[in-house]
Design a protein around this ligand. Structure first.
Ligand code: DLL
Length: 432
């Protein structure tokens, strides 16, 4: 199913031409209207008329989160505030928040792109969509809300609520689609089990989950527990929020809305472009944004371009599931690992509840990593010897697959913190 088949299935050569024209006009616009970029262009001797191929994007400087912070709150806006009709901000979990603005046209584009992602996921106007993201400065709820309304679906803007209330509304209002973070979906699923309700009696058939990294094993867990199909959606507030990329019904990678965004994958160390198919940092240049255009924004998200075309017929390229952020990467004894890799292995082991936490501590001069996992009730109250055997098994699996030294600790079911928004998986107790 398509919301905008013409643009989603455009011939790639035509798409590249469209991207080039839009890049040229963006470069001119930011040079004219954003002093920060004008200064950079002048320092680097960049001529805005000198963009004749898409590869010329590499002439442009990168924009980083630090640039956004230094220009807090409105320094990078390309239009006067009177043209801005909406303001959002990033959650600020990794420092000072960054503020983003939208013109009337930006809002139209944003809901159009989210609508594409939702229809690609299988949503129609007959669906009842429960939006359980936090309504507020966070882009998740509003972005998905307007996208769903654009399709004509019935939107329930419940926001974050006690899981029992989510479940009651889900039953009473005959919700067909749940929209939230994957960790919140799991909490809702767990509450359904605790309440002794059979999810087969719900009208729920689809979940649109994103805003945090999640593994394929977590998808399986959610799909089985809620008896639904779980679809991945990706975005970041700096670029617009959700609507950057989303999976289609085949669940095999996130189609990027490339007619509005130009993407590159770079090596985060050398900053050089990587060959198609290799994992690296995603860099995005906005092609149509009016209020808050960004050139070569370093997302810090690690992914790769999937080179093969998709069965759905979309010509928009796909990104692999986001592995994590460069700043979430854990380095122990020089070996790098992402929480999502640990998750993938843990969720595959029988007897483990799908909840975990990673603790990093410094002991002397050595960093130590401990994975806390919730054990099923039988296991937790089993005799010590059996418990120890299980711990060893988990430890061996993790160590052999990740090649990283670590400890494993079993904790009682439901003892680890649960999350309604973005999950916090890593507790870093090191003091630098
Ligand atoms: O999380 C926007 C969003 C809302 C996307 C709802 C999808 C659904 P921020 O709060 O600015 O915006 O956080 C953006 O979250 O750079 C990624 O690190 C992470 N992230 C978002 N979606 C995914 C995903 C929203 N599907 C940051 N998989 C991004 C992995 C994701 N990580």
């Amino acid at each position: 199913m398509f919301f905008d088949q013409e643009n989603e299935c455009m011939d790639r050569e035509d798409l590249k031409q469209l991207q080039l024209e839009r890049l040229q006009s963006t470069v001119h616009r930011v040079y004219r209207n954003v002093p920060f970029y004008r200064k950079k262009f002048d320092e680097l001797g960049i001529d805005p008329d000198d963009f004749t191929s898409l590869d010329d994007v590499r002439k442009l400087p990168f924009t980083t989160k630090a640039d956004l912070r230094e220009n807090y709150p409105y320094g990078l806006f390309a239009v006067p505030l009177r043209e801005v009709v909406r303001i959002h901000a990033s959650s600020g979990t990794t420092g000072m928040p960054t503020v983003v603005g939208y013109t009337k046209n930006d809002l139209k584009t944003w809901s159009h792109l989210v609508a594409r992602n939702l229809v690609a996921a299988g949503i129609t106007k007959d669906d009842v969509i429960q939006i359980a993201h936090n309504y507020g400065l966070f882009t998740g709820a509003f972005g998905l809300h307007y996208g769903a309304e654009k399709i004509g679906a019935s939107v329930i803007p419940i926001s974050i609520e006690n899981p029992k209330k989510q479940i009651k509304i889900m039953q009473d209002y005959k919700t067909t689609t749940l929209v939230c973070t994957p960790s919140y979906a799991l909490l809702i699923a767990e509450t359904i089990v605790d309440m002794g309700i059979n999810p087969n009696f719900f009208s729920l058939k689809l979940g649109i989950f994103g805003a945090e990294p999640w593994s394929e094993a977590m998808r399986k867990e959610i799909q089985e527990k809620l008896k639904i199909k779980a679809i991945d959606i990706y975005g970041l507030s700096e670029i617009m929020g959700p609507g950057v990329a989303g999976e289609c019904e085949y669940q095999c990678g996130l189609h990027v809305n490339e007619d509005h965004l130009l993407i590159e994958i770079i090596d985060p160390q050398t900053l050089e472009p990587l060959p198609v198919g290799e994992f690296g940092e995603l860099v995005i240049t906005t092609l149509t944004k009016e209020a808050f255009p960004l050139l070569r924004y370093r997302t810090r998200d690690l992914t790769r371009i999937i080179p093969e075309s998709c069965k759905c017929g979309r010509t928009l390229i796909r990104l692999d599931r986001i592995k994590g952020r460069t700043d979430d990467m854990i380095i122990i004894k020089g070996i790098k690992v992402f929480p999502s890799q640990i998750e993938e292995i843990l969720f595959d082991i029988q007897g483990i509840e799908p909840h975990y936490q990673i603790v990093i501590e410094r002991k002397g001069f050595v960093d130590e990593l401990t994975v806390l996992v919730e054990a099923s009730e039988e296991l937790f109250f089993d005799e010590m010897r059996k418990q120890q055997e299980f711990i060893n098994l988990v430890k061996e699996r993790l160590m052999s697959e990740l090649d990283i030294p670590l400890n494993v600790k079993l904790v009682e079911k439901k003892s680890l913190e649960r999350f309604e928004g973005k999950a916090k998986r890593v507790i870093d107790k090191r003091t630098y």
